[in-house]
Design a protein around this ligand. Structure first.
Ligand code: DX5
Ligand code: ZN
Length: 223
């Protein structure tokens, strides 16, 4: 894979100071976040509630960092395209929630966004390989979605490895992204499994200097 990408998750940021928290990862080259990961939760698909389209629209106005929307919501068939129309760079839906994931991918791309598909730790990859031909990003969850600060589940790396192999052999064309428990201690094993893009919430936003944390994570993930 190429130069590793780091996507800070604002879930662990101070939501009352969101513009400052976003600016904190918009540092000089090398310390800049590649994507800004925004976790949308609806208290139904996951047992937590965060923010929705109005807040994402404001975030999009506040930054030039490509916004990576991770939708942990029911009925993404209805709601996902709105985030693409608003200008998100990548919009990821959960395969466990999607009724027609191929139609969602087409809608997202038609609205000008990259299409992402996420799988929870217990969800196998193999049944979705044909569906993934329609997607630009695979988000492998390495914690149960819903909360930041959880422990990394290393057994999901087999799915990342499989996806990497299918990309490298030309069967799929995907950014392989991982989300949950990524920090200085866990990022290397994810990088070895072939992950391209690393979401990090608490590891970035609980650090004294978020931009430095981004830089340190990227250095650890580099081959
Ligand atoms: C959890 C979210 C993650 C979360 C990761 O459901 O999808 O993006 O912010 O937080 P950390 O990096 O602290 O595990
Ligand atoms: Zn996420």
């Amino acid at each position: 894979s190429n130069q590793p990408m780091i996507a800070p998750s604002i879930l662990s940021a101070d939501f009352a100071r969101l513009a400052d928290e976003i600016a904190a990862v918009n540092g000089e080259p090398g310390k800049r976040a590649d994507w800004l990961h925004v976790d949308v939760m609806d208290a139904h698909f996951v047992p937590n509630l965060t923010l929705g389209l109005p807040v994402v629209e404001s975030i999009l106005k506040a930054t030039d960092i490509p916004v990576d929307c991770h939708l942990m919501i029911e009925d993404p068939d209805r709601w996902a395209v709105g985030y693409a129309e608003a200008g998100a760079y990548n919009v990821t839906v959960h395969v466990e929630a999607a009724k027609d994931p191929i139609a969602i991918a087409k809608d997202l791309r038609a609205a000008g966004a990259k299409a992402g598909l996420s799988i929870k730790p217990g969800t196998p990859l193999d049944p979705y390989l044909d569906v993934l031909k329609h997607y630009d990003t695979l988000l492998v969850m390495s914690v149960e979605p819903g909360f930041g600060g959880q422990k990394f589940m290393a057994d999901v790396l087999d799915k990342a490895r499989k996806a990497r192999e299918l990309v490298d052999t030309g069967h799929l064309k995907l950014v392989v992204e991982i989300d949950g428990g990524i920090n200085a201690d866990t990022i290397e094993q994810a990088a070895e499994a072939g992950v391209d893009c690393f979401v990090a919430g608490s590891a970035v936003y609980n650090a004294d200097d978020p931009a430095k944390a981004v830089e340190a994570l990227r250095a650890k993930a580099a081959p």
